[in-house]
Design a protein around this ligand. Structure first.
Ligand SMILES: *Cc1c(COP(=O)(O)O)cnc(C)c1O
Length: 388
């Protein structure tokens, strides 16, 4: 039979990593000593006390049934308590907190609640892929906002055409940022809020990396800023902070009416988070500061070894204040793709070409600090030997 994919599938951006993936599989097959800086997935296991809580909870048969769609009341309450303690943001756990099966799920589904075909979603480029793909699935027209070095990797709102702004219904922002490692400040959020109010745009702030920061820098929540709750929601995830990427637990917080829209979509797609995972998530949130400080000490060491080592070798790379990503400019006549390929072929190191996150990521490669410091020392050694 003739199987024809829907236009929404055909419209997805081409998968740029095919060739790199194949080179990676070949390298592994050949037994080469690969170091993988390609994936943004913590290499440290989930803390023991969280795993123990899950073990306990899973023994209780009452956790085995369909979960409540909006999550356990006690989980929503703990999420609200966490936002108050961490950011001094007050949320109503009944209406302003919505647990998610990972923030990717919420980000990908949110356009389905608000977008009619042809309406515009503003998406950062480079950016986390579901901002774009979720919008395509909802029939949106995506307008990319380039994140450029000369603007400190913040979108330039003034450069957005009046006609585009008029048709825009959602804007995605993400600070601390994947893949650039950039951070933003309160005046930036204030500008976003003013722009959103002027053009009636729903702001979706992705705060996955607020807990991963260094050198005393303390990222803020979009929700801390006056007017944020009027115009938007924020996605926060337990994935990166607690090394819980596989568990699938996150939340959206903020505007109750907007969350209601997302909840309506979800009620027709999923049936909530496994209750035992919710119970363990409560335990994680209660102990967030301790885990955060331990993990950030580890990432700071890795970051310093990598960035200082590469700079000493002759590769001009800046230290991010947050996230576990190094966004490094290409050199020596390479583009993003050819440099990533050369690094794999010559040095057996996997990095991600920047254009895989959108056209405006061309000219960069991304390295994730997700291997131990001994391997990072080895990365520096190999890069220096092969390229400088
Ligand atoms: C890792 C990451 C997330 C978290 O995704 P989950 O679905 O919660 O695991 C969200 N946004 C960005 C930009 C990320 O890099």
């Amino acid at each position: 039979m003739n199987i024809d994919y829907a236009d929404r599938i055909k419209q997805l951006p081409p998968y740029l990593f095919e060739e790199i993936d194949k080179a990676k599989r070949d390298a592994i097959k050949e037994g080469r000593p690969i170091i993988d800086l390609g994936v943004g997935d913590p290499d440290t296991p989930t803390p023991d006390f969280i795993v123990k809580k899950l073990q306990e909870a899973v023994m209780d048969p009452s956790t085995h049934t369909y979960a409540l769609n909006r999550g356990l009341g006690v989980l929503r309450e703990e999420m609200a308590v966490w936002y108050k303690r961490r950011f001094n943001v007050v949320l109503d756990p009944e209406t302003e907190v919505l647990p998610l099966l990972g923030s990717k799920e919420g980000i990908a589904h949110v356009p389905l609640a608000f977008i009619n075909p042809g309406e515009v979603v503003l998406v950062p480029s480079p950016g986390y892929p579901p901002y774009n793909s979720g919008s395509i699935f909802a029939g949106a027209k995506v307008h990319f906002m380039p994140l450029l070095k000369e603007n400190n990797f913040l979108p330039d709102l003034e450069s957005i055409d009046e006609n585009v702004a008029k048709r825009a219904k959602i804007m995605h922002i993400n600070y601390p940022n994947n893949p650039t490692g950039a951070v933003c400040d309160k005046p930036f959020y204030e500008k976003i809020i003013a722009f959103a109010k002027k053009h009636n745009i729903i702001v979706c702030s992705d705060a996955a990396y607020t807990e991963m920061s260094f050198d005393g820098y303390d990222p803020m929540s979009f929700m801390e800023v006056d007017g944020a709750k009027e115009v938007g929601v924020e996605f926060h995830s337990l994935s990166k902070t607690f090394n819980m990427t596989g568990w699938r637990v996150a939340m959206a917080v903020g505007n109750a009416e907007m969350l209601n829209g997302l909840a309506k979509v979800k009620a027709n797609i999923d049936s909530g988070i496994f209750t035992a995972v919710q119970v363990a998530a409560i335990e994680a949130l209660k102990n967030s500061e301790k885990i955060r400080d331990e993990m950030n000490a580890i990432y700071t060491k890795r970051r310093d070894i990598l960035v200082e080592g590469l700079n000493a070798a002759g590769w001009n790379v800046t230290k991010p204040k947050a996230t576990f990503y190094i966004w490094a400019p290409v050199f020596g006549g390479y583009d993003s793709f050819s440099l990533a390929k050369a690094i794999l072929e010559k040095a057996d190191i996997i990095v991600t070409p920047g254009n895989g996150f959108g056209e405006s990521g061309e000219g960069y490669i991304r390295m994730a600090l997700t291997v131990d410091k001994e391997e990072i020392v080895e990365v520096v050694k190999r890069v220096k030997k092969e390229f400088f």
